[in-house]
Design a protein around this ligand. Sequence first.
Ligand code: GTP
Ligand code: SPV
Ligand code: MN
Length: 616
Amino acid sequence: MEKRKTEILQARMNKESYRKLDALDNDEAIDFIIHAIILCNPDQVWVGDDSSEDASYIRNLAIESKEEIPLNIKGHTVHFDGYYDQARKKEVTKYLVPAGEVLDSKLNQIPRDEGIKEMEELQKDAYKGRIMLVRFFCLGTPNSIFAIPCLQITDSSYVAHSEFKRIKPGAEFFKYRHATGEVDERKTSSNWEKNRVYMDYTHNTVLSVNTQYAGNSVGLKKLSLRLAIRKADREGWLAEHMFIMRSNGPGGRKTYFCGAFPSACGKTSTAMIPGENIVGDDLAYFRVIDGQFRAANVENGIFGIIRDVNTQDDPVIFDVLTKPGEVIFSNCLVKDGKPYWMGMGEDVPDNGMNHVSINWHEGAKGPDGKATTPSHKNARYTVKMRDLVNADPDWDNPAGLPVSGIIYGGRDSDTSVPVREAYSWEHGICTMGAMLESETTSATIGQEGVRVWNVMSNMDFLSMSVGRYIQNNLDFAKEIKRPKVFGTNYFLKKGGKFLNGKLDKAVWIKWMEKRVRNEVDAVDCGYGLIPEYEDLKQLFKDTLQKYYSEEQYAEQFAININACLAKLDRMEEIYATVDDTPRVMKDEMAAQRKRLEKLKSKMGEKINPFDLYKGE
Ligand code: GTP
Ligand code: SPV
Ligand code: MN
């Protein structure tokens, strides 16, 4: 290493930290670290990997710095994010676009020079009086083709603690520089109005400031997904906002599914279906390996929504959250060292410490004068994969796992049936993935319940043009057998009430498993193939020990042609504004319209699914 660099590093770190950097032998990473030291001016620098000593150093530091508070159960801590920092903030999340480059106008962006200048002003001296933590980790199983080495710099021990992966030295690093900014007496970022998350995608770097919420600060989550989508584009693979799960069929057969649902729309709860196995719940990379469509989870744990986790609906997670082990709770209510959350199936106390105040009580208003809840709707937990008893033993297979089905779904109160199969890969990608819509949730800041278009549930993370991303999906794995594509909707409503139970998804998965194995028939409904009543009746009985009535089927699988056509109208309007809409996309939308209109002229605007059997 150059003498000047060695001096800068050695002045602020101990021998062990320096040794780790020296051994790295990567100029790009060293320069990134040196730049952060000069800009953010820490008192000390600490360098760590995922050795158990480094992990416990970080854990203790998080407690010492009061970013995390220990709870009664051994290994459990709670972390609070600021009142205005409870979710991803889309309007301050932008791509840095270098002069001369054009990025899709649908993506939030700022000229690179301007963004870098603003960020450097906001991060100047940001680590003064603090320790700069340099953490190496790896997205994906180390030494696998999926692996991407990452380097995170932060002054937040909570952020560093949330990352659990071991580094594999490699050429191209993803790099993150995060600064908490000024903090209040609760150690939460107080300068929330100056929260910024800037993706310097031409440099594989993300810079963020004045936030602690993991989705805005923790490199391995959505910050990496945005960079990975571009890397995948360059290298011919796909980076998706998807769970991966294994469905267990008769005779021990294993079938893997991946599913894209927007934030807070059921990925974790699908991956955690009782009796099946989880591989991952949020980030999946796809590659063709030895002629097979394979997917890998690139996380080492899950950062899940805690609301409604109870013994009934999520027994496995509930168990992990209530026994000794490493768990970080965030933005729950804490009373006498015990965490509480809404929908936990126990009485939640009417006072305690939460994201609003250290002395919260029922009826207390937030600093904005709004009513508050005991735990935030987007309160979460962080746990390790290895602590989940239902983790597939093969979850970190370096070659990923073979995928038989891809599922797209969102919050849709009135249009699509609970489950349907696409006619083809193209039909699925275009009308289920690229036409995905969902009603907004508390995982992002803003109004809830507004129907928005969300391509493959990846819209918040797209870092290139919409058309190109869809085309990449269409082209992926062209030479090999592709998975079947399905659309699901867990959120159909009638009179304000959900038509399905939370565990009904177990049945939809079993049906998809049987479709993959060619064991059940399906009926054409004009926008896909739906299950037959008798098959579902049997599956409800076998899987949930429940009786599924003809009335339930008729109501849930009714074909609402006008709603489907209205959705097509919305989509055609949107895609008319996408410059590079693939030809196939336009053709699939036109063909869908034709099929639906034909069906409407024959059978009316609302079709009883039983009538489709005698269709033709
Ligand atoms: P992110 O972690 O934000 O990417 O979300 P996710 O897709 O993993 O969402 P998750 O599975 O955690 O579900 C979010 C919320 O949806 C929870 O509050 C669940 O209770 C609720 N939910 C999940 N499945 C169902 C369902 O089948 N029906 C209904 N009504 N609610 C559901
Ligand atoms: C999401 O919002 O989709 C999440 C949480 O999974 S975060 O990774 O924090 O964005
Ligand atoms: Mn997510």
